[in-house]
Design a protein around this ligand. Structure first.
Ligand code: UDP
Ligand code: MG
Length: 315
């Protein structure tokens, strides 16, 4: 059942050492809440929820003082730095019971907050997930654009379903979050996991700006780490590739062996036999890996299905 009243919106914002940008963006987020309330789209109880991800600068002091001065601003602080994805999850799980919808966004002003109006409209039309998608990446450097776009292509090729050019700017309904709470894995890659939950989803498009102040926390090393986590936590395709290489080696060397036998070349026969054994070994590793991969997926204890609607009310 959809909530008939106006929805309570929580804007969830992870912050790590953001003292330079928070004083600029905090009024913008708060202004957006006020605007959406006065437009009659969301409930008065709507809020901005900042998550302090163990910052070592004055970020938490800034958040606390904003929260003190304004009822539409709240904050939670993690015990230590846990990284963007964990901080975001903490915020979403906190907001889940307090709100009807959440919109997650970075605190650096790169994502256009005006797309939130359209996100809420889409929710009111009946969508449970609204992805914010960058329409162009002109403000990114060529290197960042190239690495990021290759990353999306690689992920999709590896079998992880991700929305092209969507990061972590998205609206989620309460029921999506309630179901998502059952995904108990430790390696988080939210943008690849949310599509697994299902429900009606759509995208809104926006232009991405430069960071308003401060510095990016995603240098190449962290970006590669995120890409690797994304692939390995969502897909066991790399293991399948090993099996594939093993089988291919076997087939090719088997053909080679037959040709060598016909020609009667003993050096060739020996070489092909060694290669064949190698192929069998690689295949065997792949097969073992397949079981390890299955076990890995099992240990996540993901829900096997999610019921979207019922013809009757649950109690
Ligand atoms: N962030 C976080 N914990 C971290 C690193 C980053 O909560 O360990 C937050 C950061 O404050 C920002 C968002 O995650 O709100 C995205 O980080 P950033 O803007 O540095 O990444 P980029 O946009 O350059 O990819
Ligand atoms: Mg950023």
């Amino acid at each position: 059942m959809k909530n008939k009243e106006k929805p309570v919106l929580y804007i969830v914002i992870p912050c790590y050492n953001e003292e330079a940008v928070l004083p600029i963006t905090e009024p913008l987020f708060k202004g957006k809440i006020d605007e959406l309330i006065s437009l009659g789209k969301i409930d008065e109880e709507s809020c901005v929820l900042f998550v302090n991800d163990g910052s070592s600068d004055s970020t938490w002091d800034l958040i606390s003082s904003c929260a003190k001065n304004d009822t539409h601003v709240k904050g939670i602080s993690l015990s230590r730095n846990r990284g963007h994805q964990n901080a975001l999850l903490a915020g979403l799980m906190e907001a889940k019971d307090l709100s009807d919808i959440t919109i997650s966004i970075d605190c650096d002003g790169q994502d256009d907050i005006n797309a939130m109006n359209e996100m809420v409209d889409r929710y009111l039309e009946g969508y449970d997930v609204v992805y914010g998608v960058r329409s162009k990446r002109e403000t990114d450097t060529f290197f960042k654009r190239f690495t990021a776009e290759s990353f999306y292509r690689l992920l999709n090729w590896m079998g992880a379903e991700v929305v092209f050019n969507h990061a972590d700017y998205r609206l989620l309904s309460k029921r999506v979050l309630n179901e998502f709470a059952e995904y108990r894995e430790v390696n988080l890659f939210l943008r690849g996991m949310i599509p697994l939950v299902g429900f009606r989803s759509t995208s809104v498009y926006y232009e991405r700006n430069e960071r308003l102040a401060g510095e990016s926390h995603y240098p190449l090393k962290k970006m590669l780490g995120l890409a690797f986590d994304g692939i390995t936590s969502l897909s066991i395709r790399p293991i399948r590739m090993i099996t594939g290489i093993g089988v291919l080696t076997c087939v090719l060397t088997f053909i080679g062996l037959i040709i060598a036998l016909i020609k009667g070349n003993s050096l060739w026969i020996g070489t092909c036999l060694i290669c064949l054994l190698l192929g069998i070994t690689i295949t065997a590793i792949g097969v073992v890996g397949e079981y390890v991969g299955k076990t890995y997926m099992e240990t996540k204890h993901r829900p096997r299905y999610i019921i979207a609607e019922r013809t009757y009310e649950e109690d």
